[in-house]
Design a protein around this ligand. Structure first.
Ligand code: 2HA
Ligand code: ZN
Length: 349
């Protein structure tokens, strides 16, 4: 079977294209990978053409022998549907988990993403954390999350609690919350390692001023996690930007009831962290009043005096002819005279 005819490749390409249409992949931003099942490998391996082995920065023994569909370095997500053979490829890990090689795709001399080490280490961590179920890693650059990372403390519990507070089902999709790590150089081993530490407890890691790194058992799950984080971040940004005080959110008690009723097992540390809402409006109003520049009363325009000679030449003021006075109707002898009321009170005089 050809790689591009398989369900896993079609689903992977659709996920990448969805990210592009959502605006999360400017230029060559973002990357993604999928760990093939043994059945999928056997379906496509007849078409593999192996290239030389390349050493990995760190050992990944539990991924020995696995194959990954992965985006190419420098590839633009907007081109993936049109040119999958250059923008994607499959790599195989050797039997010791210390080297990889290209076996399919990477046409026109492309190679795996610059975040390859982060993908491999984190596949290993998530595979262990989910007893082998996790197969997808997806990294994107969503705008509202990046904006949020400019103004929020980089504290995982506060960040999580704030996201949970925006959207009813956020806590269900993101039941392990998000982990926020410090800023690291893109493509660096430090970024890969810091992310891997965070991924031991969560499937969503915020890279401040950069993007989001998520994992899932399926493409739907990984993309859904990214979409939910970004949607909650967008609500937060919009609620703060609309100029009204942010006075309401999902409260601690609401969250713990949600967690109990759906058996979500939300962590108490995250559930009771204080969400970040907006600056209360009264303070801002006071500030505006204190800094306000007093308005000057409008300047009255001077009336020019019309010279007498002009007045003398003006046509005389027109008077309507006086209407002949009408005689008041005589009160009917059968109807008594209507009393006169003023402001609802009978006039006495
Ligand atoms: O440009 O997103 O993190 C690819 C990336 C690196
Ligand atoms: Zn990135």
């Amino acid at each position: 079977m050809k790689v591009l005819d398989t369900d896993f490749a079609k689903s992977f390409i659709r996920m990448c294209n969805d990210g592009w249409t959502f605006g999360w992949h400017e230029s060559n931003g973002g990357n993604a990978s999928y760990r093939l099942t043994t059945v999928e490998v056997s379906q496509v391996k007849a078409g593999f053409r192996a290239k030389p082995w390349v050493g990995i920065d760190t050992d990944i023994p539990t991924l020995a022998g696995e194959c990954f569909l992965i985006t190419a370095s420098g590839s633009h997500f907007r081109n993936i549907t049109h040119d999958p053979k250059s923008t994607l490829g499959i790599i195989e890990i050797d039997r010791t988990g210390t080297a990889w090689r290209e076996v399919w795709g990477f046409k026109d001399g492309t190679h795996p993403t610059s975040e390859l080490t982060a993908h491999l280490i984190n596949h290993e961590v998530r595979k262990a954390a989910t007893r082998g179920k996790s197969r997808v890693i997806y990294h994107c650059h969503p705008v509202n999350l990046a904006a949020m990372s400019c103004v929020m403390p980089h504290d995982s519990a506060v960040f999580t609690r704030t996201l949970w507070a925006q959207l009813a089902e956020c806590a269900m999709v993101l039941r392990y919350g998000v982990q926020v790590i410090g800023w690291e150089v893109p493509g660096s081993i430090d970024l890969a390692i810091e992310t891997a530490k965070a991924m031991e407890t969560s499937n969503a890691v915020v890279w401040p001023h950069h993007g989001l790194f998520v994992s899932g058992d399926t493409m739907d799950e990984a993309f859904g996690v990214a979409h939910t984080v970004e949607k909650a971040a967008e609500i937060w940004c919009k609620a703060r930007a609309c100029g009204m005080p942010n006075t309401s959110c999902i409260e601690d008690e609401d969250l713990s009831r949600f967690s109990r009723e759906y058996d979500l097992g939300l962590s108490r540390r995250q559930m009771f962290a204080k969400p970040v809402l907006g600056t209360p409006a009264p303070e801002r109003v006071k500030l505006e009043v204190a800094n306000a520049v007093p308005k000057k009363p409008p300047v009255q325009e001077k009336q020019e005096k019309v010279p007498d000679e002009v007045l003398a030449n003006m046509p005389s003021v027109f008077h309507f002819p006086a209407e002949p006075a009408k005689a008041a109707p005589a009160p009917s002898p059968t109807q008594p005279e209507e009393p006169v009321y003023r402001f609802g009170i009978k006039k006495t005089s």
